[in-house]
Write a protein that binds this ligand. Structure first.
Ligand SMILES: *Cc1c(COP(=O)(O)O)cnc(C)c1O
Length: 389
């Protein structure tokens, strides 16, 4: 009988040593030994999968990769020191001078910096399309387009991109579809099932889920991952075995955590709709979300993030943050502890008003990463903050 992917992911672990430990041991070692010269030669000649050096591979890192591959339904993967190094490696290994990258405009801030500031130094061009204007997507494709990059739900506006539609477009033009699945996690959405060639993650967020370590991972088609692996093993963004060990343990609770994050987020989104201090609430599983039907097609729940817009603009945003007593003010998301952020005065403050608009940021936009506290306490803190604006 074939097992559910959650069962497989939880049971997948490093081979037991002679100590017969139940939980995976930690392999804090930079290199690995060989019994003789012939074995060492064979490992260096790529004739087997023996570990050589932890910049290339490490048992804890491999366990984490294997588990993410099972959860995402992917063939292979490579894990990195942060989400950004996974994103960057996926670009650098697969794009070359003269190539064009097509990306949705609402993307993580540092990804935007990589695309607009660093890729051009290597002669890699880009265009941005709007997530909510699917009828325009194809018009951005050029003869030299090589990859489509998307985040869905988008950050921080929670727009939804139809993965089936964007994947059909990528197939039609023979392009690599690379999806940042950080916001949804494989519990909620599996882009590979809709045709994505690569899936990248900031493991720092929901995959760890406890705000402890940085990490990243890219999984997907074996031939593409091989290129990324060869790039990474020579350039050095390897994930630390200790972080991999923590992240791998975190994956054992990913499903139960995400189900609770999502049910609390849905409850909070529903409760805030119609609040007199708010213009609108956005949550993928609210029927009022503009792409609600697409969200229901490709996501099993609405995820753990909610956003809403305060009527009073930037000033109200600042006041809202100051009024909170439980929610944390911190530059992270996907934690056991709920977090509030106000992009217009913080993460996206350097953008012009026009740039803010293209990435879906309005002056009073608040993003809540809903934690595992009691949901009435989280809602109570938000409501108390709203009534005192
Ligand atoms: C945080 C984040 C990243 C970058 O990950 P780091 O682990 O911080 O390097 C990339 N994409 C999204 C959507 C993120 O939220």
């Amino acid at each position: 009988m074939s097992q559910h992917r959650i069962t497989q992911a939880i049971r997948k672990q490093v081979d037991r040593t002679n100590e017969m430990e139940h939980s995976s041991p930690l392999f804090l070692t930079s290199s690995f030994c060989f019994d003789n010269a012939e074995e060492m030669r064979a490992a260096f000649a790529d004739e087997n999968d023996d570990n050589i050096y932890s910049r290339f591979s490490n048992p804890n890192v491999q366990e984490f990769i294997d588990r993410v591959c099972i959860l995402e339904g992917a063939e292979a993967g490579y894990a990195t020191a942060s989400g950004m190094s996974a994103v960057f490696a996926s670009f650098m290994a697969l794009l070359k001078q003269g190539d064009h990258l097509l990306s949705c405009s609402a993307i993580f801030g540092s990804t935007h910096t990589v695309i607009t500031k660093y890729l051009p130094k290597y002669g890699i061009e880009h265009s941005y399309f709007q997530a909510n204007k699917p009828e325009t997507w194809e018009s951005f494709i050029r003869p030299n387009t090589r990859m489509i990059y998307v985040e869905t739900p988008t950050n921080p506006g929670l727009d939804i991109i139809d993965l089936e539609a964007i994947s059909a477009l990528a197939k039609k033009h023979n392009l690599i579809l690379n999806v940042d699945n950080c916001f949804a996690t494989p519990v909620t959405q599996q882009p590979v099932a809709f045709g994505a060639d690569l899936v990248v993650h900031s493991a720092t967020k929901w995959l760890d889920g406890q705000g402890r370590v940085l990490g990243g991972v890219v999984v997907g088609r074996k031939d593409l991952i091989r290129e990324i692996y060869l790039f990474a093993r020579s350039t050095g963004p390897a994930l630390s075995p200790f972080n991999a060990w923590l992240l791998s343990r975190s994956l054992e609770t990913l499903e139960v955590r995400m189900q609770r994050h999502a049910s609390s987020a849905h409850f909070i989104a529903r409760s805030l709709e119609g609040n007199p201090q708010i213009n609108w609430v956005k949550y993928p599983f609210l029927p009022s979300h503009p792409q609600h039907e697409i969200a229901k097609k490709q996501m099993s729940d609405g995820g753990g993030l909610v956003c809403f817009e305060l009527k009073g603009g930037v000033e109200a945003g600042r006041k809202f943050l100051n009024n909170l007593t439980i929610l944390s003010l911190t530059a992270n998301l996907g934690d056991t502890r709920s977090i509030a952020s106000h992009p217009a005065s913080t993460t996206h403050a350097k953008l012009t008003e026009e740039e803010q608009q293209t990435v879906g940021i309005t002056p009073g936009l608040i993003r809540i990463s809903v934690g595992l506290e009691n949901r009435d306490d989280i809602l109570g803190d938000i409501l108390h903050s709203l009534t005192n604006l």
